[in-house]
Design a protein around this ligand. Sequence first.
Ligand SMILES: [Zn+2]
Length: 411
Amino acid sequence: MTDTTDRCFDLVFNNAVVFDGVDVCNGTMSVGISDGVIARISSGQLTGVRTVDASGHWLSPGLIDSHVHMFDPINCVDEPSMARYLDETLPKYLRALLESGVTTIKSVGDPVPELIEARRRLAGGIYTGPNLLMTGTGISAAGGHPGLTIYGSNEWYRRRAVGEVETPQDARARVGEMADLGADAIKVLYQGGCPCHGGTDYLWHGVVPIVRLKRTALEAAIDESHRRGLKVTVHTFEEDRAIEVLEAGADGLEHGVVGQDFADDRLLELLLRNDASYIPTLWIYSTPASYRNLARVRDAGARIVLGTDSFSPEIRIEGIDAGYYGSNSIVEAERMAEAGLAPIEVMRAATSAAAIHLGRTDLGIVADGKRADLILLAGDPTANLGALKNPIMVISNGRVVHERGSAKSSS
Ligand SMILES: [Zn+2]
């Protein structure tokens, strides 16, 4: 059957099984792409400048990784080393993400001038990489995480990668600065990656004494972000602090509750009340409690979003293998399934749910008018997440940016 339109699209996939970001469409569908957007979805055949016969294959929105750090606090110690990183290293990492099918990333704490430069290079075609969203610097306590921990021995980097604040006024000023620089959301670090032991001062991985952000500064940061129309996602670790974060109105928990099982349903109720997202980052916090808590978030019906916390392979943290950009995102998906999510729930967390979390209704969905960020797979990812590995094709903004070479193509 041929579609009724006589339009010739830039790129067409005929006869694919389509996961549209929410569900698997009945039968096979054809998708026409023009000018970077999905222009037609039809049960009939379409014609394109390039037409791919996708029969036997699955078409899905590209993956969204909502928690990454793209820069290197070990080797970027001054302007020349950062310039080298931008020229030589970052392009490899961005390409690796695309080759794994990750078409959107959200940087949640990186040096801001360089994020802006990376966006400029992406827009100008100097880089080929995912759609790069950013929070700018994370907002954290002066003398907190990651300023004193990960960036502690690199003052130059620390000054441009984290917004360390003391007072509510400082917090508001930092939010305003990030908003003015074009941040897509605001990231706040309420805790370090460690238990608090009740006080404001505590030990990061049992070694580095750090300060926790004051609750009044947290509340001010969230209030100011909302005043400026930005969502706020907050780095947490323990249940009582995560509850404080949600009580203050946060829109997301990065990591969530890691070292203990939820004591009761309070956190779950607040996630639902705020319409907030839970980003478990099992890739980095692969604790038994993290898995069990994720299953409870799912059972409660709160939004779950995929994010890895991928960082530079140059950073060495005891007990954590830095892995690699892109492949980490697939590991995260598989771990979410190990926690008890069905593969289709994981796929939603990596596509349509992530897009809602990012406030980007043009992403994560296969539908008319949406941005054409797509992956073509040899197997069904909603049955087996292993199908995400080694995509046949990756399409970013309507362009084929990666191709394994087995797709049957005419013209
Ligand atoms: Zn992180």
